[in-house]
Design a protein around this ligand. Structure first.
Ligand SMILES: Cc1cc2nc3c(=O)[nH]c(=O)nc-3n(C[C@H](O)[C@H](O)[C@H](O)COP(=O)(O)OP(=O)(O)OC[C@H]3O[C@@H](n4cnc5c(N)ncnc54)[C@H](O)[C@@H]3O)c2cc1C
Length: 323
């Protein structure tokens, strides 16, 4: 492993690789075992070399955004967690048309909150729905993140991706199979490098008011005072996950330190130093109970990584980009 570590440091850049890095520090659930290696790459070249080194040494790797939709098991991740820094956190306006339409390009490692702030400063409308989602642009494209009637699909024009072989392509958003909290990016093994969004010139005060209103509504309805990964389950067609969970009598239901939020039953929270396994067990229990009371199988939105046994009827490491 020392030979691999040296090769990884050379690829990702000196001083940018940590060993045994607790994922509790990098996920909004604030729990999770260590990643054997944690590399923050600053350039496309470093990213390409890092992936190549992993492939050559047959070490698994995983792309991390802001960890706001991810639960990592206590035994951690036995490979390289790759995060995007440096040039992946830049943004620019690449085109302004006379009709007020603006093309806004941003790196995949940039937080949506920062894009929201930039859009506000530039007086651009269209991004308000996403500004309060605590993820990166890369994670939001992968998840087709959405809120309050908007989703990434509405504004994404194209994404720049790197394939597993290190090839770079520009893909129109129409080729990403974007649907409710889904894209084809994980199954194709693409890494999102940046994305272009179409926004519009608007009234800065109206944009600010809209962002403040949505932030207020989040704070009012969501248990933001506890660590979580947001809505634990996808919205089943024709139902609301939170309502089904509440109707099953599960509001406040706990497994160890994990709890179905009393404020919003759609959120599983880390109420008190929950082990990832407790969170997972609670998710499983909620699914079973809700199926029993309503006949609806809730599909988790949160991604699981580093659990020994498969969960939810599929491989636990569904998104593991392994050779
Ligand atoms: C309090 C709270 C509120 C939330 N509210 C919402 C909401 O309103 N709407 C909503 O949709 N979501 C919401 N979420 C969930 C989460 O913020 C989103 O799913 C977000 O898009 C995840 O982004 P991330 O950068 O944190 O991704 P991560 O959780 O780090 O990763 C998610 C997936 O994307 C992949 N990925 C990340 N970056 C890249 C990349 N550059 N290239 C390839 N793959 C990549 C990862 O491998 C993983 O499979 C909320 C979460 C919290 C904690």
């Amino acid at each position: 492993m020392d030979e691999f570590y040296r090769a990884l440091c050379k690829a990702a850049g000196e001083g940018q690789v940590k060993r045994r890095e607790p994922m509790a520090l990098h996920t909004t659930f604030r729990t999770g075992g260590p990643a054997a290696f944690f590399a923050v790459v600053q350039t496309e070249d470093e990213l390409r070399k890092t992936v190549r080194v992993c492939r050559e040494h047959q070490v698994p790797w995983y792309m991390l955004g802001n960890g706001s939709n991810l639960l990592v098991g206590s035994s951690g991740f036995p490979g390289v967690m790759i995060q995007l820094g440096g040039e992946f956190k830049q943004w620019e306006i690449t085109q302004e048309e006379e009709n007020g339409h603006v093309l806004f390009k941003a790196g995949a490692g940039l937080l949506l909150s920062k894009i929201g702030r930039a859009a506000l400063e530039e007086g651009l409308t269209g991004f308000e729905f996403a500004a309060g989602i605590p993820g990166t642009l890369g994670g939001a494209a992968v998840m087709n993140a959405g809120a309050y009637g908007g989703e990434m699909k509405d504004i994404l024009v194209s994404v720049r991706i790197m394939t597993q072989d290190g090839e770079i392509r520009e893909l129109p958003a129409g080729e990403l199979a974007l649907s409710y909290r889904h894209s084809c990016i994980p199954e194709k093994g693409y890494i999102v490098l940046s994305a272009v969004m179409e926004l519009k010139k608007g009234n800065q005060e109206e944009i600010r008011a809209q962002m403040e209103d949505l932030a207020f509504r989040r704070k009012d309805k969501q248990p933001l005072e506890y660590p979580s990964a947001g809505s634990t389950f996808k919205r089943p067609e024709g139902f609301f996950a939170g309502k089904l969970i509440e109707d099953a009598g599960l509001k406040g239901f706990s497994v160890g330190g994990a709890q179905v939020s009393e404020k919003h039953a759609g959120f599983v929270i880390n109420r008190e130093q929950a082990a990832p396994e407790e969170i997972r067990e609670l998710i499983e229990a909620v699914r079973n109970r809700v199926f029993g009371t309503s006949g609806v199988w809730l599909e988790p939105e949160v991604k699981l990584l580093g659990f020994e046994t498969p969960a939810f009827g599929e491989s636990a490491d569904t998104d593991l980009k392994k050779e």
